[in-house]
Design a protein around this ligand. Structure first.
Ligand code: SAM
Length: 289
């Protein structure tokens, strides 16, 4: 029986055989700890037939174990050199569609055609490329696909931002975007030694699951804009940041005073001290204007 791809011996054989060197610019840190991979797959609760998306399969360490659960897998890999490796090293009968694509550019609905049932839920399972962790998470949250959960390895610092509650310095647009529709927890902390090459930062596997009752949000674009403007300059007060809405969503500076009064938000508060409920209230009031 062959060693799993994640076994350090098998990984180094593959890297050697295909003359590969991990590309730093593409965030290539390959997992070489089978126990961590088991734990990702267990956390994701993959059942046979589940529709799973993997971002950046690399040489297939995690891919192999997702497939072993009987998942139907759609994988995006930007590095063309790795496509050949994946094709050769993964089982020939695997239920996998590998796309040589940038996950930030791709059209999910088109990629699903003739492969995924668009009415059934999708799980994302990945060891993410860290240079684009935040944009990838935003992309999936805003994609409109029937996203059930994300089970993703990321740098610890971003995991902390996802989890952060109002009043904490890490609380920001990412925390709000995730917490609006999803619940999350850190499933596992992972040291640099679990990867080849070892990243310079600590990592964590975060489990993000859609809430049973997501918050109803009639004007999501406006909500996103208000959050973005509020956090534009963190050291400024909410009043000073929201001034940028005057001449746009708000007509006069008096409208801004009135808005904050109606929402019961003191003008000298800062964006990270407001709750998601406060941002919802602001959106509702601006929208009603
Ligand atoms: N899944 C493998 C593992 O766990 O060993 C590799 C993970 S490595 C941290 C990140 C992977 O994402 C690399 O294979 C890299 O080439 C790929 N990648 C980087 N940017 C990407 C992008 N924009 N779209 C798709 N894949 C990307």
């Amino acid at each position: 029986k062959r060693l799993p791809i994640a076994d350090p011996i098998r990984t180094s054989e593959i890297l050697h055989h295909y003359h590969l060197q991990a590309k730093k610019s593409l965030g290539q840190n390959f997992l070489t700890n089978p126990a961590v991979i088991n734990s990702i797959v267990t956390t994701a609760e993959i059942a046979p037939g589940d529709q799973v998306i993997e971002v950046g399969p690399g040489i297939g360490a995690l891919t192999e174990q997702i497939l072993a659960q009987g998942a139907k897998l759609l994988a995006y890999e930007i590095d063309g050199k790795l496509i050949e490796v994946l094709t050769n090293e993964l089982p020939a009968d695997a239920q996998i569609k590998i796309l040589h694509q940038d996950v930030l550019q791709t059209d999910f609905n088109k990629d699903f055609e003739g492969y995924f049932d668009p009415t059934k839920p999708v799980k994302v399972v990945a060891n993410l490329p860290y240079y684009i962790t935040t944009p990838i998470i935003f992309r999936f949250l805003e994609s409109g696909i029937p996203l059930e959960s994300l089970t993703v390895m990321m740098q610890k610092e971003v995991a902390d931002r996802i989890e952060a509650q109002p009043g904490k310095k890490d609380f920001g647009p990412l925390s709000i975007a995730v917490q609006l529709d999803m619940e999350s927890h850190i499933a596992l902390n992972v040291p640099p030694s679990s990867f080849t090459p070892a990243p310079k930062v600590d990592s964590a596997v975060v489990q993000i699951v859609r809430k049973a009752q997501p918050i109803r949000l009639p004007n999501k674009d406006l909500f996103n804009k208000i959050v973005k403007v509020s956090f534009a300059q963190r050291r400024k007060t909410i009043y000073n940041n929201l001034k940028h809405l005057v001449g746009q969503e708000l007509q006069t500076i008096d409208d801004l005073h009135e808005l904050l009064r109606a929402a019961a938000i003191a003008e000298n508060r800062r964006a990270e001290q407001l709750s998601i409920a406060d941002y919802l209230k602001l959106t509702e009031l601006v929208d009603a204007k």
